[in-house]
Write a protein that binds this ligand. Structure first.
Ligand SMILES: Cc1ncc(COP(=O)(O)O)c(C=O)c1O
Length: 431
């Protein structure tokens, strides 16, 4: 389980500081009440790059990549690009030996720009277009077959190596929108269909492996272990009935991230080691494993900085409005996600419980229902931890808000990963 790191405990009086920094990146620290990440003060980042701003800690990204790489020296670790498509982060992960899992032409383009191709590129999708299959073939990527009709289409597109996505009928304990392996899932193939698809694929394609992914934001390995048992049973059937064994076995991603102090999730190494051990114990044949994490690689590495604007009391609730909201982070509305926050420019004892609302034209645009803080004032900076995954990636332009910038920080330096959109960018789409 994630533990409080001693270097995150500061000498400040506010008890909350010590607890809350646990959710922040490895390099997060506070000095004189000012939060810094990667040795750069939040106040300086906000001044230089504007707000909202997503700040990624290089050290945490690297540590998470190494935590996965350390599980099995032979395993291929691919970053689930959907968590945050960023060429800079893909390049960083590639330098740590990671590949990429992509599920659209756009994500594929990001991965290729970062220099990924061949075995280090895995192409997913429950409805791949011809263009996506052709682009996968051009990159000599591994393609994960998601339906039986895809065999002929993959062949047509000159895809060579494929995996079959197995739906093991496992209900992951997570929000139902991000379960992916239950019986009625739109993803993958049940064991009978997967076997039939494999049989057809053996004639003309090169089936190299099998894949499972049961869902996202998982807080425990139990259902993943059950899925692995079913995957092993499937491999045994494929061996017995088709004389085929997988060279590659992709165990998917899915490990969650703690967004608030109430959540407890295993660390990446513990979670992935349990999965790998279960598979190895069940399957005696040689096979290279693939791990496909997204959220757990980037989630805790990212902190979003917002500027506090209007504050008001309404019906007994103390509202604090920030300069972003559901356009830069729709997870509270989509999944009922609960976030935590601290003031990033000053410290002090909690002076009340506040509701952090966005600036959008919906009452539901609430980032945090209730949080104890020193009383926020206009101009303060609010830092929301564990916002590196599925935030900017899911951002919209609701209310014609330009999407925020993202920066990478390390060793006292900050570099732009992605610039802030401008209103001119938005107007440029208009006919
Ligand atoms: C096929 C596949 N692999 C990997 C991932 C990454 O999952 P996560 O970000 O939860 O680790 C996803 C996302 O749900 C996925 O659909």
């Amino acid at each position: 389980m994630s533990r409080l790191r001693a270097d995150h405990v500061t000498s400040f009086s506010q008890a909350q500081s010590a607890v809350s920094l646990e959710l922040f990146p490895d390099t997060a620290a506070r000095s004189g009440g000012v939060l810094s990440v990667g040795g750069v003060a939040a106040t300086e980042l906000a001044e230089r790059f504007g707000t909202p701003l997503v700040v990624y800690c290089r050290e945490t990204l690297v540590a998470q990549a190494r935590a996965y790489r350390g599980v099995d020296s032979d395993a291929l670790v691919v970053y689930g690009v959907k968590a945050f498509p960023s060429v800079g982060i893909l390049r960083l992960f590639a330098s740590e030996g990671l590949g990429a899992d992509v599920s659209s032409l756009g994500e594929l383009a990001f991965a290729r720009r970062a220099g990924l191709e061949g075995d280090r590129l895995i192409v997913h999708g429950n409805n791949k277009s011809d263009a996506e299959l052709e682009a996968a073939a051009a990159a000599d990527a591994l393609v994960v077959l998601d339906s039986s009709e895809e065999v002929a289409r993959a062949h047509e597109a000159r895809v060579r190596r494929v995996l079959v996505r197995l739906t093991p009928g496992v209900e992951a304990r997570t929000h139902q929108s991000i379960q992916t392996a239950h019986d009625e899932s739109k993803f993958g193939l049940d064991p009978e269909q997967a076997l039939a698809t494999l049989r057809v694929a053996l004639d003309g394609l090169e089936p190299v492996g099998v894949h499972v992914h049961i869902g996202s934001q998982l807080a425990r390995p139990d259902e993943s272990l059950l899925a692995i048992d079913r995957l092993v049973a499937f491999c045994a059937r494929a061996r017995d009935e088709l004389a085929w064994t997988p060279r590659l076995v992709d165990l998917g991603g899915g490990l969650g991230v703690a967004h608030s102090p109430k959540e407890d999730v295993p660390d990446a190494h513990t979670f992935a080691s349990a999965l790998v051990a279960r598979f190895r114990a069940g399957w005696p044949e040689p096979a290279r494993l693939v791990l496909e994490p997204g959220r757990s690689l980037v989630g805790r590495a990212g902190v979003t900085l917002y500027r506090v604007g209007a504050t008001k009391r309404s019906g007994g609730v103390d509202y604090v409005a920030i300069d972003g909201g559901m356009s830069d982070n729709p997870r509270p509305q989509l999944y009922g996600a609960r976030y935590h926050a601290i003031l990033a420019n000053r410290d002090g004892p909690a002076e009340g419980a506040f509701r952090i609302a966005g600036k959008h034209c919906e009452t539901g645009d609430v980032l945090i229902e209730r949080i104890e803080l020193p009383r926020p004032r206009r101009g303060d900076l609010l830092a929301v931890p564990a916002t590196g995954g599925y935030t900017l990636a899911m951002a919209s332009n609701y209310n014609a808000l330009p999407r925020p910038a993202a920066v990478l920080v390390a060793g006292g330096e900050a570099e732009l990963l992605r610039r802030r959109e401008t209103i001119d960018d938005l107007l440029a789409y208009e006919a």
